[in-house]
Design a protein around this ligand. Structure first.
Ligand code: GAR
Length: 204
């Protein structure tokens, strides 16, 4: 099983779906570290209660020095023996320091059908735009925000008259919890040279 680190900033529901998947005997990853940039992230408590190593590396003490914060994160990742990273609601933009160091070994889940709606407030923006289909994307992480090659996507319908951003977010989140472990399995299940050739594969 590949040693996996999960980076979070808050609730950690996607982290929970990955932890549950990793508990399956035939899943190709095991969680060696959960890391948060916020000490009070609820996901950290859940991970600790599940018996996992869960730590915070707060970004505030580093001020504007993003690279120094990422150096501290990188040190923890290496200490824990991580070989692959899942960003799961990690709400800080990464610099090329980390994205280059972990190129091809770091993936993210984003709550929209990229390249539509990168950034925040994706569900509000989808409703405002009047799209009839919305969803989530798992992609490789590169230096550009929500820009890396797409691995897998899941789509949900938008109900234009009665939908609210919260209702739509809940519909998408249910799919995120299915998609993320499936995409991780896909990425880890193929040799790295074939992953690169298949990065636009749609599995859902
Ligand atoms: C999820 O919807 C995730 O896709 C999103 O934050 C939420 C975290 O929830 N991530 C992004 O917006 C990243 N750009 P969770 O902490 O319950 O997994």
């Amino acid at each position: 099983k590949t040693p996996l680190a999960i980076l979070i900033s808050g609730r950690g529901s996607n982290m929970r779906s990955l932890i549950a998947a990793c508990a399956e005997p035939d899943f190709p990853a095991r969680v060696v570290l959960v890391l948060s940039n916020k000490e009070d992230a609820p996901g950290l408590d859940f991970a600790r209660q599940a018996g996992l190593r869960a730590e915070a590396v707060p970004h505030k003490p580093f001020g504007k020095d993003r690279k120094a914060h990422e150096r501290a994160i990188d040190a923890r990742l290496k200490e824990a023996g991580a070989e692959f990273i899942c960003l799961a609601g990690y709400m800080r933009l990464l610099t090329p320091f980390l994205t280059d160091a972990w190129a091809g070994k770091m993936i993210n889940i984003h709550p929209s059908l990229l390249p539509l709606f990168p950034g925040t407030h994706t569900h509000e923006r989808a409703l405002e735009a009047g799209v009839r289909v919305h969803g989530c994307t798992v992609h490789h992480v590169t230096a550009g925000m929500d820009e890396g090659p797409i691995i897998a996507q899941a789509a949900v319908p938008v109900f234009p008259r009665e939908d609210t951003a919260d209702a739509l977010a809940a519909r998408v989140l249910a799919q995120e919890h299915v998609l993320y472990p499936a995409a991780l399995r896909l990425v880890l299940g193929v040799k790295s040279d074939t992953v690169e050739k298949n990065t636009s594969l749609v599995v859902v």
